[in-house]
Design a protein around this ligand. Structure first.
Ligand code: G1P
Ligand code: ZN
Length: 570
């Protein structure tokens, strides 16, 4: 071919896939028809593995995603895509498909985590550190894996955070009209070893799956203080739940901080998470909880979920509620190197307890209340309005990435124990003494018929205007509303984000889960504020029993669903 000038070369790059298609080269254009169910939930598109295994299912979604991000039939020339997942069943197959589709789309580079592994916070770190235009996380988070489990796909934008609703909604809309997708007709890339490969014109780089994440974590914490803590005999157990958090936890805790080998248990990522539900809460991490309640309990217990963005913290014989964890970290953040000049503000999802609100007030920094889902924190973090954020669902993080970060939260606690000399329990009791205790629990009613669940929410919504002043289970309702959020940064609004029922010093919230893959889950969030120290030791569920009863009555849960008790309590 004759020599091309710069303009022509740029044009060729932009239109590479079209040219290849025209010339009948290695890009295939495959006819397809839409799937009606590709509407993403709270965190990406999640379905049973068998749904994703249908011919064209994943491909349709990825094509729709690329069409939205780059424009229909436009190339991603010059752009970098980060690609990885939590190692669950089908991860390896999906990775190969997406590499070929990214090549067909003309991406300059695709960075793939070795073995196809990149935890959600690691993906965020890689996107940010390497100036990628976005990334794809293949994960169904804490949902079970294996051939009969769940699979999921989520897109993160250039700031490293989950794509906002305007993008996810547009992807769904596009998925409903596509008629073909394109992919390179090329062999699989060997993703188990680090190296550089080429697929059509795309450089595919298999990268270490923990390095970038480690680098951002190093900037947040005092590794010397933590090393000395372990050297003084501090002991912990980290349950990685046979998920993708294991390799990073081992690299930091055992290799760098000197924790004894075996500190990280279930450290090998498995495609079916060893048959467990990789969700770090007292229900699914029972073994860890039992160990932490036993005589041989170490000083700290921790766990992370399938994609390692969630975390659970326990002290010796003591369970830390995620809402309290956020509040404790906020209260002491100035002792951590990455936050030594103080925090700008905090944010919590609406159902998360108000413990952090009181800390923020004492620190004189703003506290934002956002809808459920990490994506709502992105704008506040980008705009520098907040430094820390968290959710009751075992998610905590800061502005070091744009995702929740399990290991980050766990390192916060180790670092705080190291520099305050206080135990996990003492740190929480300090919080309660200073700010009062928020007794807090979530009651989930799982596997409810979707129609019934929607009817329950609808009925609550219709009765909202009449609830104030009514008495249920002996308590008078002060106000009730359906939470709506207006993003202070971009002005976007999100409505119908959960029903809030307020009493004096107490709150009950009702919403339906947006991450389930079958039926509906009604989530009921109970919170009772208790300023009186002498009552802080009341058993949690006992303290909340009156509110649980009130929730049953207000939402007519038993009448409508036939359920008189939740299926899961966390
Ligand atoms: C759940 C949690 C929510 C979290 C999301 C993704 O969503 O409640 O806080 O952001 O998982 O991890 P839900 O199923 O309630 O929609
Ligand atoms: Zn997760």
């Amino acid at each position: 071919m004759a020599q091309l000038d710069g303009v022509h070369r740029a044009w060729m790059r932009r239109n590479a896939w079209q040219i290849c298609t025209l010339l009948g080269m290695t890009i295939l254009s495959i006819p397809t028809t839409p799937f009606a169910d590709q509407s993403p939930g709270t965190s990406g598109l999640r379905k049973r593995v068998s749904v994703f295994q249908q011919s064209h299912y994943l491909e349709n979604y990825v094509q729709a995603l690329f069409d939205v991000v780059w424009g229909e039939n436009q190339s991603a020339a010059g752009q970098t895509l980060v690609l990885g997942g939590d190692g669950r069943f089908y991860n390896d197959v999906a990775i190969q498909t997406i590499i070929k589709m990214a090549a067909a789309r003309g991406y300059a580079r695709v960075l793939v985590g070795q073995h196809g592994w990149l935890s959600t916070p690691a993906t965020s770190a890689v996107i940010r550190r390497r100036g990628a235009s976005g990334g794809i996380v293949l994960s169904a988070s804490h949902n079970p894996g294996g051939p009969d489990g769940d699979f999921g796909i989520k897109y993160n934008i250039a700031n490293g955070g989950s794509a906002p609703e305007r993008i996810t909604e547009a992807v769904f809309a596009r998925s409903q009209e596509i008629s073909s997708y394109r992919m390179a007709d090329s062999p699989d890339v060997p993703i188990n070893r680090i190296g550089q490969f080429r697929v059509v014109d795309t450089a595919v780089e298999v990268i270490d799956s923990v390095e970038d994440h480690l680098a951002v974590l190093r900037a947040c914490f005092d590794f010397d203080a933590m090393r000395q803590l372990f050297a003084r005999g501090f002991r912990m157990r980290y349950d990685a739940m046979s998920a993708v958090g294991g390799p990073c936890a081992r690299a930091i805790l055992e290799a760098e901080l000197g924790a004894p080998a075996g500190t990280v248990v279930n450290a090998e990522p498995l495609p079916d998470f060893g048959g467990h539900h990789p969700d770090p809460n007292p229900v699914h991490a029972q073994e860890l909880v039992r160990h932490m309640m036993s005589d041989s309990a170490p000083d700290l217990g921790a766990a992370s979920d399938g994609d390692a963005d969630r975390n659970m913290i326990l002290g010796r014989g003591f369970v830390v509620s995620p809402s309290d964890s956020l509040a404790v970290i906020a209260a002491w953040a100035h002792l951590l190197p990455g936050y030594k000049s103080g925090i700008r503000g905090v944010a919590r999802s609406m159902p998360t307890s108000t413990a952090v609100d009181r800390v923020a007030k004492a620190l004189n920094v703003p506290c934002f209340e956002t809808p459920t889902g990490w994506k709502f924190f992105g704008n506040l973090l980008d705009a520098g309005e907040i430094t820390l954020c968290g959710e009751e669902s075992y998610g905590t993080s800061s502005d070091h990435v744009r995702e929740k970060d399990g290991l980050w939260a766990i390192l916060c606690w180790i670092n705080l124990v190291a520099v305050t000399g206080k135990s996990v329990e003492e740190l929480v009791r300090d919080l309660w003494r200073t700010h009062g205790r928020c007794f807090y629990s979530r009651h989930d009613y799982e596997g409810v018929d979707s129609g019934v669940a929607n009817q329950l929410m609808q009925s609550l919504r219709e009765r909202l205007p009449t609830l104030a002043g009514q008495v249920f289970a002996g308590r008078s309702i002060l106000s009730a509303d359906d939470f709506a959020y207006s993003d202070p940064v971009d002005g976007s609004t999100s409505e119908r984000q959960g029903i809030r029922v307020l009493m004096d010093g107490a709150r009950v919230v009702f919403r339906l889960s947006g991450t389930g893959t079958s039926g509906a889950t009604l989530r009921v969030y109970l919170e009772q504020f208790e300023p009186e120290v002498t009552r802080h030791d009341m058993p949690l569920q006992e303290a909340l029993a009156p509110l649980a009863q009130l929730a049953q009555e207000v939402a007519q849960i038993h009448t409508l669903t036939g359920r008189s008790a939740p299926s899961v309590i966390v």
